[in-house]
Write a new protein. Structure first.
Length: 144
């Protein structure tokens, strides 16, 4: 992967898996998530990264991407994320699967692009954005 290419790789991964990809901070992502019609079981990946290049002798020698990836879903074939759905229902209906899919995606993206992942910290982010979707959010660093 070329330096500064992480966003391209995330977008490609989403395209390959038929996920909606949204890049940017929460305010920007909130506006974009509302502008899409989601199918049952369709996944939404929201990402926002900064990068720290290490430059030696006028060349980038390494890059650390620091940021957040969130994998979410609005509804399944039967249920829809709602404010009155309990946390355990959310977990059973979508959060457990989203956690598994997000860790697989992070592992595959890092492996395919010869990056190391450090500082991975995951949490559930319920009723996120005006869309009222549930997400598994993680902060992490990719080292290239």
């Amino acid at each position: 992967m070329e330096y500064f290419g992480l966003v391209d790789k995330l977008r490609d991964y989403c395209t390959d898996h038929n996920w909606v990809f949204i890049y940017g901070n929460d305010s920007f992502a909130n506006a974009l998530t509302d502008s899409h019609k989601y199918l049952a079981n369709q996944k939404i990946l929201v990402a926002d990264f900064s990068c720290l290049p290490v430059i030696e002798g006028s060349k980038v020698q390494s890059m650390t991407y620091t940021g957040v990836m969130m994998l979410g879903q609005k509804c399944e074939a039967i249920t829809k994320s709602t404010l009155d759905e309990t946390p355990i229902q959310k977990y059973d209906n979508r959060l457990k699967e989203l956690s598994q899919l997000l860790t697989i995606a992070i592992g595959q993206i890092s492996c395919d692009n010869e990056m190391e992942v450090i500082g991975l910290n995951m949490k559930f982010d319920l009723n996120k954005f005006d869309l009222n979707a549930d997400f598994v959010a993680c902060s992490l660093n990719f080292i290239q």
